[in-house]
Design a protein around this ligand. Structure first.
Ligand SMILES: Nc1ncnc2c1ncn2[C@@H]1O[C@H](COP(=O)(O)OP(=O)(O)OP(=O)(O)O)[C@@H](O)[C@H]1O
Ligand SMILES: [Mg+2]
Length: 277
């Protein structure tokens, strides 16, 4: 059971069991953030995204509806070009949909102006990418404290929090190393710490294991799984790897810009094992 207060309304809600995907409709008719909005960190409604014009027009997303529960690790799978990265950039407010809506904790991202959306990204969304995107001239600790310092936090406090995050991802001993002195797996753990240091409502990870060997990739995903178990972190993870997806609570399959199906991890793993047998 969770108890919380959103916009001054106290609410008590029963969290649905993990793996459930028959979402009740969200009622925003009274201008009140509903119980569902407290349970669902992210929701999309009829999300569409087209690029280009005329013959060059590509419909990357063609009406995507899904919701991410609080404290859930959701994996998104699908062939190359199926719209996974496009979806993640809309979920994170990095790009705007051609049609449809994204709700972050019940708030319609379309209702925000550019400055508010930038602030929302900095304060409430953590991103992890395939290319780790660490700043090469900064140490691990400076990379992690940067988002806090950019947000106006005093340097000492930002460094203290960065050190705690590096400890959480098992990188304390390497905190004074620059990225080039770290292995790929270590750089990705620093990137995870940097994404988490702002205490985001949701962590969005686009193929975070794509540049890592299989064993290192699994360790990074195990770390994400631990963050869900121990801290209740909500995570959306794009992956091509069925064994990575098997660590998720639920898997959404995209095909040609649409949600094709949803699975529990056991189903994905068993069809993968059948395919490799
Ligand atoms: N900025 C853009 N301009 C034009 N077309 C784009 C743009 N971004 C994506 N697309 C097209 O939209 C479709 C979906 O792309 P997207 O990058 O979301 O796929 P993906 O599922 O992430 O693929 P991959 O597994 O290769 O990363 C593709 O056909 C792609 O070419
Ligand atoms: Mg992609």
């Amino acid at each position: 059971m969770i108890e919380g207060s959103v916009c001054g309304f106290t609410m008590i809600a029963l969290l649905p069991a993990r793996g459930r995907w028959d979402y009740p409709p969200v009622d925003r008719s009274q201008g009140v953030v509903s119980i569902e909005a407290a349970v669902y960190v992210l929701e999309t409604r009829g999300l569409r995204k087209a690029f280009g014009e005329g013959h060059a027009r590509v419909e990357a997303l063609r009406g995507v509806d899904f919701a991410v529960q609080r404290g859930e690790l959701l994996a998104i799978m699908g062939r190359s070009g199926s719209g996974k990265s496009t979806l993640l950039s809309l979920l994170g407010g990095m790009d705007l949909p051609s049609d449809g809506q994204v709700f972050l904790e019940g708030e319609d991202l379309a209702s925000l102006d550019d400055d508010q959306r930038t602030l929302m990204r900095r304060q409430r969304i953590g991103f992890v990418f395939q290319q780790f995107n660490l700043l090469p001239i900064l140490t691990a600790e400076e990379n992690v404290s940067l988002p806090l310092e950019l947000g106006g936090m005093a340097a000492g406090e930002a460094r203290r929090r960065a050190a705690a995050m590096l400890d959480l991802v098992g990188m304390s001993e390497r905190r004074d190393h620059v990225p080039s002195a770290l292995s790929g797996g270590e750089q990705q753990r620093v990137a995870v710490a940097r994404a988490l240091v702002i205490e985001p409502a949701i962590l969005l990870a686009d193929e975070p294991t794509g540049n890592l060997d299989t064993a290192t990739g699994r360790r990074v995903v195990s770390l994400l799984r631990e963050l869900v178990e121990k801290r209740g972190q909500t995570i959306v993870l794009v992956t091509h790897d069925p064994e990575v997806a098997a660590l998720a609570d639920r898997i959404v399959h995209l095909r040609d810009g649409l949600v094709e199906s949803e699975d529990l991890p056991a189903a994905v793993l068993s069809s993968h094992l059948e395919g490799t047998a």
